[in-house]
Design a protein around this ligand. Structure first.
Ligand code: PHE
Length: 445
């Protein structure tokens, strides 16, 4: 452990905001709404909350404990606790980082472009045609690369000077934007119909394995779990931190933002009679429906649209930073690379992989199914088995240090042994099946 030389967060708030920044992102605003629409409204939301509590929280605490305990990036941290046999899991995290940040940069590029357009040209009336033109090709690639450069700049600034500084400014801004937008949406005429859609459900959807699979994948994606992001951030923590408290704080803030984003999206969509667009939901629906809504709202639409896209960009940036940090910290710890160099090199390689998805939206969807769902669920399964069955009481000891709520850890080991792994295993099978179908569809179409 390099306790002496390794950088640390300068304040407790700095860590919390950076971790919340990692969790809150396109996952909350774009993915959450489209998943909710695709999976029958409130049933999905309920399952998502349940899975966040039953699976997300325990795994989050595993990542925080291992990261802080080892004080190293994923490969070294897992080796420190479990020996060489567990190093490949750390490598898998790096692969997940590549895949997820690869296409995440493209989505964030679209979003950044919309934010600029809101100011410069306004939202075009034919939103679908506009999105069709910008979603893939040179322009998508150019905006992706621009966004990635910004991400690299922050990460190369280091933990305190880059990541923490950015989070301290950006996260409060994002909170204000989302709350302000939800209040505004409440004043719209069709708001009530939007809320009704959001909160109504067919309750049998709760028992649908596909809904369960999507809710679990969404919980992992949204909480940044299963690929070492939380582990890496926790590796810059000192022993005095209260990990259970941080885990609850991060999960609760993440859900709150997703929930409030739903309070923005659904009223907007219903107020403008665009609900058909959403139920015919595809990955791009939100990038078409909302700009369409903004386009019909005249000047107000430009202002509101800009603020909405700005919130998305801010969330995307703080998440992308954490994705890149997993890969960069590994390059630094593993090969002794200098930070700025590692940031540009890793960021460049990830962007190159992401270009595939910038030129083909089918590949983008595929990367999301495999990276955003399958790999994260698999990573979470491995982490829970590792903590529950290999480390056992050792992980408990680590989590106990610094906590004022030791009672929180009462059922934790039991969950990590008997509840989380079987549940994730079943979900993993469904995820593999979904990835397989997606792959076959892509190859066939
Ligand atoms: N949680 C982020 C979001 O919701 C995405 C992310 C996934 C970030 C995995 C880091 C690791 O947008």
């Amino acid at each position: 452990m390099s306790e002496g030389t390794r950088e640390h967060w300068s304040s407790s708030l700095g860590f919390t905001l950076a971790a919340v920044g990692s969790a809150v992102g396109l996952g909350n605003m774009w993915r959450f709404s489209y998943m909710t629409a695709e999976n029958g409204g409130a049933a999905f939301v309920i399952l998502y909350v349940l899975l966040t509590a039953i699976v997300g929280l325990p795994v989050m605490l595993v990542e925080l404990s291992i990261g802080r305990g080892a004080g190293e990036s994923p490969v070294k941290a897992l080796t420190y606790y479990g020996g060489r046999a567990w190093a490949p899991l750390g490598l898998l995290f790096v692969v997940s980082g590549f895949v997820i940040l690869g296409y995440y940069g493209v989505l964030a590029g679209w979003t950044t472009r919309y934010a600029f357009e809101a100011i410069v040209t306004g939202f075009p009336a034919d939103a679908a045609a506009h999105f069709g033109a910008l979603q893939s090709g040179h322009q998508a690639a150019a905006w992706q690369l621009g966004f990635m450069a910004l991400t690299v700049l922050v990460v190369s600034g280091g933990v305190r000077g880059g990541i923490e500084r950015a989070s301290l400014v950006l996260m409060p801004l994002l909170g204000l934007l989302v709350i302000g937008l939800a209040l505004y949406a409440a004043t719209l005429d069709g708001a009530a119909a939007g809320y009704r859609y959001y909160f109504s459900t067919e309750f049998k959807a709760i028992l649908d394995p596909a809904v369960m699979r999507d809710a679990a994948g969404q919980a992992f994606f949204s909480l940044s779990l299963g690929m070492g992001a939380m582990l890496t951030y926790a590796s810059y923590l000192s022993r005095s931190h209260d990990l259970p408290r941080e885990a609850i704080l991060i999960s609760a803030s993440d859900f709150a933002v997703a929930f409030v984003a739903g309070l923005v999206v659904f009223p907007l969509v219903f107020a403008l009679g665009l609900q058909q667009d959403v139920s015919a939901s595809t990955l791009g629906a939100l990038f078409v429906t909302l700009p369409k809504a903004f386009a019909t709202m005249g000047f107000a639409g430009r202002v509101i649209g800009f603020l909405f896209m700005l919130a998305l960009v801010v969330g995307a940036l703080t998440s992308a930073i954490s994705l890149l940090e997993v890969v960069v910290s590994t390059a630094i710890d593993q090969f002794g690379m200098e930070r700025a160099r590692a940031s540009w090199l890793c960021g460049g390689a990830i962007s190159a992989l992401g270009l595939l998805s910038a030129y083909d939206i089918g590949i983008l969807g595929l990367m999301d199914t495999i990276g955003g769902n399958l790999l994260l669920v698999f990573g979470g399964l491995c982490l829970s088995v590792f903590a529950g069955w290999v480390l056992g009481p050792r992980i408990l000891e680590e989590a106990e240090q610094g906590t004022r709520m030791p009672w929180m850890l009462g059922g934790w080991l039991f969950m990590l042994r008997y509840v989380v792994p079987p549940l994730l295993f079943v979900i993993l099978l469904y995820s593999i099946q979904a990835a397989w179908v997606a792959l076959a569809e892509w190859a066939g179409g």
